[in-house]
Design a protein around this ligand. Sequence first.
Ligand SMILES: Cc1cc2nc3c(=O)[nH]c(=O)nc-3n(C[C@H](O)[C@H](O)[C@H](O)COP(=O)(O)O)c2cc1C
Length: 207
Amino acid sequence: MNEVLKALHFRHACKKFDPNRQIPVDDLLAILECGRISPSSFGMEPWKFVVVQDRTLREKLRKACWNQMQVTDASEVVVILARPEDVKPDSDFVKYKFSRRNLDPDAEKAYLARYRNHLETEIEPIMSYYAWTSKQCYIALANMLTAAAATGIDSCPIEGFHKKEVEEVLEIDGKQFEVAVVFTLGYRAGEQSPQLRSDASEVIEYR
Ligand SMILES: Cc1cc2nc3c(=O)[nH]c(=O)nc-3n(C[C@H](O)[C@H](O)[C@H](O)COP(=O)(O)O)c2cc1C
């Protein structure tokens, strides 16, 4: 089996972590790096990864996350923030992201116009900027979960939280950042439950 498939078979949403095992710092950094270099629409990187290590904060975070024990028992917990305001076409953030491509001024202007048009015609009519940026945060999430699994590290994605409470605990400036999703990293305590998946014939179609 190829290495990626092996990692994906290893990965489970780990419900019970060994509270006494820490993941090596180098592994944590490598996992975060896989998030950092993830792809994003127009290269906007509309995310921030907050590694919550303070024990008191983690206790509070657990309460905001449906009291899920993974939040305190796993070695690490990471909160992925989306940047819905920053990706709006007139922002300095967008201008900076385009400027680093070193395009000639006309090309940059045309690219920015295409960006604006895409957002106005395809994104705004069907979803919020929070939804659009969060979708991209989930790509980074998936890469980090797979990266963890490839090094034998367990994880749990967590969407079971009260968004406002998580933002209060972390004193997130809701104008610039909003919580997209949370995940934990560590080592399993005991066996994982079997992976339940639909057959390929149900979820893959060729035309
Ligand atoms: C976006 C997302 C949010 C999730 N939130 C939670 C959660 O809050 N708590 C939890 O225990 N599992 C959570 N899960 C794990 C799923 O329940 C799990 O991935 C699914 O049941 C399949 O099981 P497996 O990942 O172990 O194969 C979440 C998964 C995803 C992708």
